[in-house]
Ligand binder design. Sequence first.
Ligand SMILES: [Fe+2]
Length: 301
Amino acid sequence: MKLAADGDFGEWISVGGNLFYPGYIIKGKERHLMIDAGINMMGPAYLASLKKIFGDQNALDFVFATHSHFDHLGSIPYLKRKLPHLQAGAAGRVGSLMKKQSVLELMSALSELQRRSFQNIAGDEDVHIEAVNFEIHLKEGDRFDLGGATCEVYEVPGHTGDSLAFYIPEIRALFPGEACGIPEGDKDGHVQVEFLSSYDDYVASLEKIIRLQPKLICMGHMWVFTDDDATVFLQRSLEATPRYRELIETYLNAANGDIDSAVQSMAKKEYDEKGTIAQPRESYLENLKAQVRQVALISVR
Ligand SMILES: [Fe+2]
């Protein structure tokens, strides 16, 4: 099934925050972990979810980020201010990025673009993004025993260089961030492809994820796939990836290899005219530019 990322999934997983920015809470018998904490203005919503789920927001031990995008870890500074014992984990590079002033400023600016939609959640709370310490540097093969459920760490670069997927083998649940794309719009079967840092790495990571044969995929935004639909989604995502690359190639060829004009004509046709992509236009354009650059690199090598 393809289900909205909301409520509980079995005894181990509850969704905090909201559909757009789910923070997946793994309720181990001994320790509790949240996977991803979306844009900064969602911070108070995650705290409210923790209170609702555990009766006490301090029950959360760890927050892990799937990758270094502002809409997956923007609330971590807020959560760490509110929960001083909370330990944050991500790929090593994320820890350094989250101390760089230029990165923090960019994240704050991107978040502000969405303020209107999330002001009612942020209220008067101080949700500013500041330099934050990631105590745990996660890498391939790490395992965290939460009590009855284990969180395994897989490196899945391609969407970003620092992308990680988390897997709970006891229930075959996967948290891929955006390493295997995003279901696009409401139509079944369309996948928004997301190879922002490397096409080849992205395909290899997708194949690695498929080999895990997850039965539950908790997507970075909006959706949870279960059972056969999890398998079908991954297969569709793998098939959509070279198709998307070819589509970009046609725009690049028509623009004689000029990246900016290929991006402009593709955004006009694929985003404006089709109108099926839910992502904000600014984010779509940023992602598209990165992907057109990747495809341009492939064609010259
Ligand atoms: Fe992302």
